[in-house]
Write a protein that binds this ligand. Structure first.
Ligand code: B12
Ligand code: SF4
Ligand code: SF4
Length: 384
């Protein structure tokens, strides 16, 4: 970026957009920190209805989340960036392979938090170089109390679809969002109108009916929440609906017709690692603590730890209908982690109810939750 841009906000913005393209971002837009006044009441309603479930961190800093101007009062502009991770094949094809684990597209490569943040920092540095050393910047991706989707919509990158994710006419919806808040005054972009029309493919495909209405999500029902954010056992009503989705879910994104025009992924770090593109459930179920850390080094999956991950694998095995996986499940009935033992009980009740009844007399689990899994599983299989 040239230092000549300093005097002229429009030239500064044009130079920043050029630098963003050179960094590999698919789109950039600018908005003002006070541009999303409708987001705070909508967030308040989402929280009041308890739709955030166990994600207490959403409520804790709701004031900042709903009002970017309060988060950093000195900021004068918010630069929003989209980073495409568009898959090359159809991610839903794997749902037909019950012996395999379906990991959502965004988690098959390297962790986007690291990749996007690195690039945002370089871009922010270029902005300071061009706008002057007194320029303040803060970069955010995902984890800060910032509502990235409404900000991106206000910055003209696209609109929030009925599935609530941001999509754009030339972007599709396979994009990550990142933000640079800055004290530099940059000319804002015009927001993009909504182009979902009468389409409702994303709403209809959702396996767990997680959309109470178009443009609204009840996170407690979303497979992404159930397999990633939820710490304890997955509620029984959802287990059969999860199929072989072991980390996140792509169904509502994959069916969106705007993906015909999706931007290509330019970041090699997002390419699926071979071992994560269609791994066997039987192999993942055998992972030790060290093995888990080894396989998921640099992947967002490492965040949930072996306990939650194997819980998900066992739910998928329970849904597989494959009796040859029974020994794999039985090996986990004595796992040190209660979360895993409980999921193994459920999986066994689905794959081999008679075997469950046969093992029951010897199984006296010291953990209350696992004991309850035994009781319910035996009751459902008619053994008690
Ligand atoms: C919490 C969270 C989740 C939660 C809740 C998701 C949700 N929709 O709220 C869970 C764990 C379920 C989740 C799942 C996923 N997530 Co997430 N998540 C977030 C996070 C941290 C906050 C989102 C938030 O503020 N939610 C609160 C609700 C109130 O906000 P909202 O969805 O924007 O709600 C709006 C609508 O309800 C709307 N609205 C209400 N009524 C009406 C009426 C009309 C007419 C209109 C127009 C709008 C409207 O107004 C609200 C405010 O704008 C963001 C990162 C961030 N810091 O922003 C990532 C983020 C949204 N997630 C992301 C991704 C990729 C996913 C998954 C695709 C991952 C996966 N494959 O499993 C799924 C998608 C599930 C889905 N359909 O949304 C990306 C989305 C990128 C994009 N293209 O938009 C983000 C932006 C992270 C990032 N930096 O890239 N996520
Ligand atoms: S990610 Fe899956 S479970 Fe969540 S809303 Fe979309 S289709 Fe439904
Ligand atoms: S699938 Fe249809 S309704 Fe859903 S976001 Fe895409 S265009 Fe909108």
């Amino acid at each position: 970026m040239s230092a000549r841009a300093e005097a002229d906000p429009a030239a500064l913005k044009a130079a920043l957009a050029e630098a963003a393209r050179a960094e590999g971002f698919a789109a950039m837009g600018v908005t003002a920190p006070d541009a999303i006044s409708e987001a705070a009441p909508r967030l308040a309603r989402f929280l009041a209805e308890g739709r955030h479930g166990e994600m207490g961190w959403m409520a804790d800093r709701a004031r900042w989340r709903g009002d970017p101007a309060a988060l950093w009062p000195e900021a004068r502009s918010v630069v929003m960036l989209a980073d495409a991770y568009t898959p090359t094949g159809n991610p839903l094809a794997l749902l037909e392979r019950p012996e395999r684990a379906a990991i959502s597209v965004y988690a098959q490569g390297r962790d986007y938090h690291d990749t996007v943040k690195k690039r945002l920092k370089r871009l922010a540095r270029a902005l300071i170089d061009a706008a002057g050393p007194e320029t303040g910047v803060k970069v955010f991706v995902d984890t800060a109390p910032v509502m990235e989707k409404p900000l991106a919509a206000a910055a003209g990158l696209g609109w929030q679809g009925k599935h609530t994710n941001l999509l754009g006419r030339d972007l599709g919806n396979w994009i990550f969002l990142g933000a640079i808040f800055t004290t530099a005054a940059l000319p804002p972009d015009a927001p993009e109108g909504e182009h979902c029309g009468s389409c409702r493919r994303c709403l209809d495909v959702c396996p767990t009916a997680a959309f109470p209405a178009p443009f609204q999500l009840d996170a407690r029902r979303c497979i992404s929440y159930l397999t990633i954010e939820l710490k304890g056992p997955i509620p029984r009503e959802f287990r059969p609906l999860i199929g072989n989705r072991v980390y996140g879910c792509d169904d509502c994104l994959a069916v969106c017709p705007w993906n015909k025009f999706a931007a290509e992924a330019r970041e090699i770090a997002y390419a699926a690692r071979l071992e994560l593109s269609r791994p066997r459930l039987s192999e993942l179920a055998g992972l030790t603590e060290d093995g888990f850390r080894e396989v998921f080094r640099g992947s967002p999956i490492k965040r949930i730890g072996r306990g939650r991950f194997l819980r998900n694998i066992l739910v998928a095995i329970g849904n597989s209908g494959l009796p040859e996986l029974v020994p794999v499940v039985e090996a986990r009935l004595s796992d040190p982690e209660p979360l895993i033992r409980g999921a193994a009980v459920w999986a066994l009740s689905r794959l081999a109810p008679a075997r469950l009844s046969a093992l029951a007399p010897a199984a006296r689990d010291p953990d209350d939750e696992v004991a309850e899994e035994w009781r319910l599983a035996l009751a459902e299989t008619g053994a008690v």
